[in-house]
Design a protein around this ligand. Structure first.
Ligand code: GTP
Ligand code: MG
Length: 445
């Protein structure tokens, strides 16, 4: 009967060489390396190869556990005995190590081989003999089946539940991580939005004040004497307009930010910023005005005299009328010069005043914007904290649910483990029975 023999061992143990040698000597069986074993295919016997160069390491033992998990017939092999003269000591040390590890390894048959010696033919006779004995044993199939069953009992159920608990733990960690991440992401987003709003809104306020100043200066440049009286009201109206615009922009933008951040905070529409514009400076009748009048009068007198003299020379019969006309014209010119000069002076005064007023307006607007942004920040901070609290409660609920499930799984696992232990004990008892039949004097499970 053809059996599948698995040859496995740690790195560079000499597995491939031994497989070649065994295939040569036992063509009636399929000798495979671990990688050649089809999924789900169970070997009838396992040859575990370790080099005679050094004793087994912990990872080598773990490898043996894995390859021998579903097969009861295992033969341990120390390889390269042609070059390692101390192979018997190494074999004894390995044997002692495995005896410590598990009861089932206590009676493991050990042989030394040299599958690819530097000189001469392969030395695998002992192994071939041992393998043939093991494979010829009529309890082999049953023992392997029982060992596989024990392995399934030990791993399948436990692995499934372990997987389930591990998934729950992952889920729990993910919930916590998401909450922390969301929270810090939101905090960062809020800070950045508030900073942007601060910059944007104060620059809007500045720009709006600058445009108001330009407009008012244009108005001043075109101001007539009649318009002078109403100019203060015009400036007040414009200042109020600027205040309204700034308020609309600020409330609109802050509401957008609140919406973008998905906060429940309602930034209440505030009272718009108000800036008290004082009365325009009155025209003062000071020395400058008097000087202006004097100069105007001089200019007018000059014109009057010139006209009078001109007419007296050219048409003496018109001299009297010319003198009267000249005097009238001189008077008119005097009044005109004085009034125009006065208007220009008033405009210059008002221009300076407009600059002062808009500078004050700008400061007031900037202060108001800063206060609003600060208030909005505080209110959003509160709303954010409330939302975090709600999210935190949700997160705690989710974590508590997962914890409860983990507890439930653990209890279920403990119950299943108890059931499984009884089943494994039964399988082991059966296996021991088989072995006692094979080697009546020993008991070693
Ligand atoms: N002297 C001597 N060298 C051997 C013997 N068996 C294998 N070697 C040498 O040990 C090295 C590894 O042999 P492999 O058979 O490839 O070992 P392996 O376990 O398949 O190695 P990996 O697949 O690479 O892990 C090679 O250089 C072999 O020539 C032996 O019995 N005696
Ligand atoms: Mg190999």
């Amino acid at each position: 009967m053809t059996h599948v023999v698995l040859v496995a061992g740690p790195w560079l143990a000499g597995t491939t060489s031994l497989v070649a040698a065994l295939r040569d000597r036992m063509p009636e069986h399929r000798v495979l390396e671990a990688a050649e074993l089809a999924a789900g295919e169970a070997p009838a016997a396992v040859v575990f190869v370790v080099s005679a160069a050094a004793p087994l390491t912990a990872s080598d033992c773990a490898l043996l556990d894995v390859v021998a998990a579903g097969t009861d017939a295992v033969i341990a092999v120390v390889s390269k005995i042609d070059v390692h003269r101390t192979w018997r000591e190494v074999l004894a040390a390995d044997q002692a190590l495995l005896t410590e590890r598990a009861a089932r390894y206590r009676e493991l048959p050990w042989v030394g081989v040299a599958a690819a010696p530097d000189l001469g033919l392969p030395v695998v006779d002992d192994l071939v003999t041992a393998l043939r004995t093991v494979l010829a044993d009529n309890t082999l199939t049953r023992r392997n089946r029982l060992r596989a069953k024990e392995n399934r009992l030990l791993t399948a159920d436990g692995a499934a539940r372990e997987g389930c608990v591990a998934a729950l733990r992952d889920q729990r960690a993910a919930v916590l991580r998401r909450f922390r991440l969301d929270k810090s992401e939101r905090t960062i987003a809020m800070r950045s939005q508030i900073q942007q709003a601060r910059v944007r809104l104060s620059s809007f306020a500045r720009a709006r004040c600058a445009s108001a100043r330009t407009e008012l200066q244009d108005d001043v440049a075109a101001l007539t004497r009649r318009g002078l009286a109403g100019f203060t009201d015009e400036v007040r109206r414009r200042a109020a307009e600027v205040g309204d615009d700034v308020r609309d922009e600020v409330t609109g933008h802050l509401a957008d930010v609140v919406e973008q951040l998905g906060l429940a905070s309602d930034v209440a529409t505030p009272e718009g910023p108000r800036y008290e514009v004082g009365a325009a400076p009155v025209r003062s009748r000071n020395a400058e005005t008097r000087l202006m009048m004097l100069l105007g009068a001089g200019f007018g007198l000059g014109i009057a005299l010139t006209i009078t003299r001109l007419l007296a020379d050219l048409a003496p019969q018109w001299a009297l009328r010319g003198a009267i006309g000249g005097a009238v014209l001189g008077l008119i010119v005097t009044l005109w010069v004085v009034s125009v000069r006065g208007l220009l002076r008033d405009r210059a005064v008002l221009d300076r005043w407009v600059v002062e007023v808009t500078a004050g307006l700008r400061t007031a607007m900037e202060e108001w914007v800063a206060t609003q942004v600060l208030a909005a920040e505080a209110s959003m901070g509160r709303a954010g904290a409330e939302r975090d609290a709600v999210d935190g409660a949700d997160m705690e609920d989710a974590v508590a649910r997962i914890d409860a499930e983990i507890r439930e799984q653990t209890v279920r696992r403990a119950r299943a483990a108890a059931v499984r232990d009884r089943a494994v004990a039964a399988v082991r008892a059966e296996l021991e029975g088989e072995r006692l039949r094979l080697w009546p004097s020993e008991s070693f499970l």
